[in-house]
Write a protein that binds this ligand. Structure first.
Ligand code: MN
Length: 733
């Protein structure tokens, strides 16, 4: 690995001098002296004195054109955490802005996405919050991370991978979203080097092999274009060759499976001119000189990307039929493309100041708004990835407005992007005039029309939460459920919560249960149980998040008592008022219960009891054919008693239940069935299968089931498996 050049204070001051900006040199020098003194004796993992790191970070930021406060803060960004210097000292010696940036970066330093801490989600939110407060904090953090990535080889292998992954998943997308493409590309390339070193080396080798040949090619094309436009009246034109980033190539070759030679834009020409008019003018000339490849022209000038990127892209063939990409843009667009949000500082006069800056960080606030109700870190990381990093599609409204959405967005996302009410009233969609399902994935260039209905009782469906791609649509749907469907949310939430309790084998007598639940409600910062259930119903509280703590709490408070209860019951079964097996048989206080093998009743099933001669009461499903036929005989009629499940059984029992699955024969089917069941944490007692004559599989599976609700869930999930024809409850064989 090549060694990163080490800069000292002279290099720093030279960069300040050469920047052509009005930096406060005295203040920068004062910051350097303070940092140098404070870090004295500290060394980096590389063995170099620590001060080389803040200097390097400051120099990255000078290159980005950041202001004096940012440069000063970057020199001091590690002193609060690592030395005796305090924030109030910094505030006194410099100013509030410097202190704010240092404070922000110090806080960000403690935030790691991939830790096991429970506070993960909170961490990501804090990071976004820091950004929303002052975007200079995150730009400084990006520069800090960039230098750390440049010197990552000195870390342990595990650290290298963790830091590289976090950089790839969080920091590179943020750099992308802020439009700082230079930093984004380098962060990605440096991360890839540790995440997939073999592929990285391979791409580097391939690029090196073709370098001379391609350079000669680009020079020839460049000379040709220059000669042609010499006649045109275009001033200040520049033509550069550019090489695609290693990670950019990696995505195409290793992720999209393209051949190295199929990538047209590994090498591209970039033409920079003064005005938008000239951009289109050049495009015309280029299309006249070379043959354009259909479908490869992209107009990001009239449809800027979310990160404000603007350019014309086209791919053409030269006379030898070699394809290459040409990017055409103005100088303004060029600075924005290279420096993104930092161009605001670097070329202040060229960009219409505050509005654009506001626009650029508004997405951070939006993301924060959207995340308020979610507690799930995966969800937030996914939002960062899809909302920030992904490429976009541009879709039109029937009136010709452009809506920008992430790739994979559906008609529902489109509807919510237009207006919350359009989404809430959506009943259907049309793409280019053709009726499509509402989960239709929209494509660039399509005209999408949303069909709405004002009929009462209509509204989004809960399934939409799993269909939509944008976090804004998801949060709007959640908000709707929160507002409109309180009753329904309470019922759904309560059912889901109780199911989780059962699955966790949490069971208490009614009054104790009530108290236990109320404690949970309070801990979730809700006032009433209904409010708590409603929050579960609309997805504001995620059961997967709260259950571990509830289980822990339960075993702390009750497990001990319960063990004693169970022991008492086991020792003195006759004392138990209620019937055993969780079943109450009318008219019989204490009786031996057994479950009929012909129908295997489960808690939740309607049941009846048959008083056997000497073997207690046999419990059947109320609709069991054997029970029905026996009931109709004079001889047995009187021996049938009505029975029901005890509402809160003291004894947790697993009931055996058998299913017959009929499916098309195919590879991987068995694995999928057992994965589906084990994902539900249900023990499999037995599994057997035979092939039928017509190429189908008949599978018999016996499970340990807690009740009807769980069994129905199993059946529903099994039916979702590819090739499954039917799933039916059967007698245990
Ligand atoms: Mn640092």
């Amino acid at each position: 690995m090549d060694n990163e050049k080490i800069y000292d204070v002279n290099d720093l001051m030279e960069a300040v001098e050469n920047s052509n900006r009005n930096y406060d040199k005295e203040m920068i020098m004062k910051a350097y002296n303070l940092a140098n003194e404070a870090h004295k004796g500290q060394v980096r993992k590389s063995g170099d004195p620590y001060i080389i790191h803040p200097i390097a970070v400051a120099m990255i930021l000078i290159d980005l054109g950041m202001d004096t406060e940012t440069i000063v803060a970057s020199l001091l960004h590690d002193v609060v955490e690592d030395t005796n210097v305090t924030l109030s000292q910094i505030k006194k010696m410099f100013n509030d802005d410097v202190a704010l940036i240092v404070d922000g970066v110090t806080k960000l330093r403690k935030i790691h996405i991939y830790t096991k801490e429970e506070q993960q989600a909170e961490n990501v939110r804090k990071m976004l919050l820091a950004m929303a407060q002052d975007v200079r904090v995150i730009i400084t953090k990006l520069a800090d991370r960039l230098h750390n990535m440049r010197t990552l080889q000195y870390m342990s292998e595990q650290k290298q991978r963790d830091i590289a992954k976090e950089t790839m998943d969080v920091y590179a997308p943020i750099a992308h979203r802020l439009g700082i493409s230079g930093i984004k590309d380098e962060l990605e390339d440096k991360s890839l080097r540790f995440l997939d070193p073999v592929a990285y080396a391979e791409i580097e080798k391939q690029l090196e092999l073709r370098k001379d040949e391609r350079e000669a090619f680009l020079n020839r094309i460049k000379a040709k274009i220059s000669a042609r436009i010499a006649d045109e009246d275009i001033e200040k034109i520049a033509i550069f060759g550019r090489v695609k980033s290693i990670y950019g190539i990696y995505k195409k070759v290793y992720i999209n499976g393209k051949d190295f030679d199929e990538i047209f834009d590994i090498y591209a020409l970039r033409i920079i001119v003064n005005s938008v008019k000239e951009c289109y003018n050049i495009l015309g000339i280029v299309h006249d000189m070379f043959t354009p490849i259909p479908g490869r022209f992209k107009d990001y000038i009239s449809m800027p990307k979310n990160n404000m990127y603007q350019s014309l892209h086209t791919t053409v063939l030269d006379e030898e039929e070699i394809p290459f990409e040409i990017q055409i843009r103005t100088w303004d667009m060029h600075y924005t493309a290279e420096y993104g949000i930092a161009a605001h500082w670097k070329y202040k006069e060229g960009i219409s100041g505050k509005d654009k800056l506001e626009e650029r960080i508004s997405w951070v606030r939006q993301l924060l708004e959207n995340q308020k109700e979610s507690e799930d870190v995966q969800e937030i990381v996914r939002s960062i990835k899809t909302d920030i990093a992904s490429d976009e599609v541009y879709v039109f409204t029937p009136t010709g407005h452009v809506i920008t959405l992430p790739v994979g967005a559906t008609a529902i996302d489109f509807a919510y992007a237009i207006h919350t009410e359009v989404g809430n009233k959506m009943v259907g969609a049309k793409a280019d005039g053709r009726i499509v399902p509402i989960d239709f994935v929209v494509q660039t260039g399509m005209v999408i029309e949303v069909i709405t209905s004002n009929a009462p009782g209509r509204g989004p469906s809960r399934d939409w939460l799993n269909i939509v791609k944008t976090s804004s649509a998801r949060s709007k749907i959640r908000a709707w459920f929160k507002r409109e469907k309180r009753e329904e949310n309470i019922i759904e939430g309560k059912a889901a919560f109780e199911k989780e309790l059962r699955r966790s084998l949490i069971n208490l007598p009614e009054d104790e249960m009530e108290k236990f639940v109320l404690d949970i409600v309070k801990r979730s910062k809700m006032n009433t149980a209904d409010e708590f259930y409603a929050a579960i119903g609309y997805g504001g509280i995620l059961l997967s998040k709260i259950m571990p703590r509830i289980r822990e709490e339960y075993s702390k408070q009750y497990k001990h008592n319960q063990d004693i209860d169970l022991k008492q019951i086991a020792e003195k079964p006759k004392k138990s008022k209620k019937a055993s097996g969780g079943v109450i048989v009318e008219g019989l206080d204490d009786c031996l219960i057994k479950f009929a093998k012909c129908c295997n009743p489960l808690p939740g099933d309607d049941i009846v009891g048959f008083v056997t001669r000497g073997y207690g009461v046999s419990i059947h499903k109320a609709d069991c054919p054997n029970a029905l036929s026996s009931m109709s005989t004079e001889e047995n009629k009187s021996r049938w008693l009505s029975a029901h499940w005890q509402s809160a059984p003291l004894i947790h029992e697993n009931f055996k239940s058998s299913l017959n699955i009929c499916a098309e024969e195919r590879a991987g089917f068995f694995a999928e069935v057992s994965i589906t069941i084990s994902n539900m944490h249900i023990p499999i007692n037995s599994l057997s299968a035979k092939e039928t004559k017509d190429g189908q599989i008949n599978m018999q599976i016996t499970l340990a089931i807690t009740g009807l609700t769980q069994l129905n869930q199993v059946i529903a999930n099994l039916k979702k498996i590819d090739g499954v024809i039917s799933v039916e409850r059967t007698a245990i064989q």
